[in-house]
Design a binder for this molecule. Structure first.
Ligand SMILES: [Zn+2]
Length: 411
């Protein structure tokens, strides 16, 4: 993967290239960014950049014969022969050298991947590499996928993924080997959140790694990472994508027309995975479904509610999540509408109108309370809650939240 294949993130790319050019890479980096921002593709592109022979050769020339390595702890700023201008100017991997070719297939022998896996059968001691062919396929198809997508991809169903103690031993073993080709050894660990306390096995390695070894941890949620590991890494923050970047990517990569692409980008809020999901369900009429629900809650009573819950229960989890997300989006727009007025809202008329109606049935605090309930519901859907019970309970909660305000009977 080349940097240019990664959506947006120009600042992060420049920062990473700069680190290589100035020989200021720390031994352990934490790429931290929310779902759909592209932290994993960036990490892969970065690893490729480091091993690319065109980029690399120039480094070697500049550093020869006994100059500092790429991972030099203390680059000498006074060393003018080593200034960024004289080392190399390549801002991306070449995409053509043997190293790059191997990276296209994620088959470079010096670049290792760790990610959560499940036992194939009970009693198994699973390693990430047991799933390497699935991993290659997954990255090729869904580089912006999340851990839920991945675990479904390998058929985990309800099983929890893990980065196991066996995997930690395997990492220690792999990184103690000599580099095969590039002179470097790179471990990309995706989702260190799945590393339990066994992750402490890796501390010594992260703190005092063998020469020219690099850890790249790619995470979404800082608070779920072992503190001991966190404190030993250098943070590379990956921001959410801009909606311009998302909409451009939808047009270019997914061949969407400009207008619907921008509409989706605005709802996706910086998350390209979400944007792709929304695109797949672009034909869904979430607004009618939502109107039906609110009318059942506010006006039509229990029988209509039961009928609605039956209907939504059949949708399947991914669609249910999309629907809840759409509702959240409209509530957020309603809050914005109240605060900033209609002129500053970039929404299609139909949605603007709906947002205005939401402001009539619920005040700010109620809207906040509903958003919280929708968040919780999404969380439970991801964990296989029974959809009928979940949407039934949610219907009752919404009724009580909205009943706190003098509400008109119809939306
Ligand atoms: Zn190359």
């Amino acid at each position: 993967m080349l940097f240019k294949n990664v959506i947006g993130q120009a600042d992060v790319k420049a920062h990473l290239v700069n680190m290589v050019q100035q020989d200021r890479i720390s031994h352990a980096l934490l790429f931290l960014g929310k779902e759909g921002c592209g932290a994993l593709p960036l990490a892969i592109a970065f690893a490729q950049y480091i091993v690319c022979e065109k980029v690399n050769r120039k480094t070697a020339n500049a550093a020869a014969p006994a100059g500092p390595s790429l991972f030099g702890e203390e680059p000498a700023p006074s060393d003018s022969s080593h200034s960024p201008l004289t080392t190399h100017h390549l801002l991306d991997s070449c995409g053509e050298c043997p190293s790059c070719q191997k990276m296209v297939q994620l088959m470079h022998p010096d670049i290792h991947f760790s990610y959560p896996v499940i036992p194939r059968k009970s009693g198994d001691k699973p390693l990430s590499s047991d799933y390497i062919s699935e991993w290659r396929e997954f990255i090729a198809k869904y580089p912006y996928g999340n851990s839920y997508d991945w675990l479904q991809f390998i058929g985990a169903e309800n099983k929890q993924g893990n980065i196991t103690a066996y995997e930690c031993n395997e990492i220690i073993r792999k990184l103690s080997l000599k580099s095969f080709e590039s002179g470097f050894k790179i471990l990309v660990m995706w989702m260190p959140e799945y590393l339990g306390n066994e992750g402490n096995k890796l501390l010594k390695l992260i703190e005092e790694p063998p020469p020219d070894t690099l850890f790249i941890l790619v995470a979404e949620n800082e608070s779920l990472i072992l503190q001991t590991i966190l404190s030993r890494t250098q943070l590379v923050k990956i921001p959410a994508l801009t909606h311009q970047d998302i909409s451009a990517a939808l047009v270019e990569k997914a061949k969407m027309a400009q207008d619907p692409a921008m509409q989706i980008a605005l709802i996706a809020e910086g998350n390209y995975r979400e944007a792709l999901q929304l695109m797949q369900h672009a034909d869904e009429d979430w607004q009618s479904l939502l109107r039906e629900w609110l009318n059942a809650i506010l006006k039509n009573g229990p029988i209509a509610q039961v009928k609605w819950v039956e209907e939504v229960s059949k949708l399947g989890r991914e669609k249910q999540k999309q629907f809840l997300r759409y509702f959240t989006h409209l509530l957020e727009q309603a809050i914005r509408l109240n605060a900033m007025g209609p002129a500053n809202l970039h929404l299609p008329e139909k949605e603007k109108d709906f947002a205005a109606r939401l402001n009539k049935i619920a005040a700010f605090l109620q809207q906040q309370a509903i958003i919280e309930e929708l968040d919780k519901a999404t969380y439970y859907i991801e964990r296989n809650a029974n959809p009928k019970m979940l949407f039934h309970a949610l219907t009752i909660k919404l009724y009580h939240i909205i009943a706190n305000k003098q509400a008109p009977a119809v939306i």
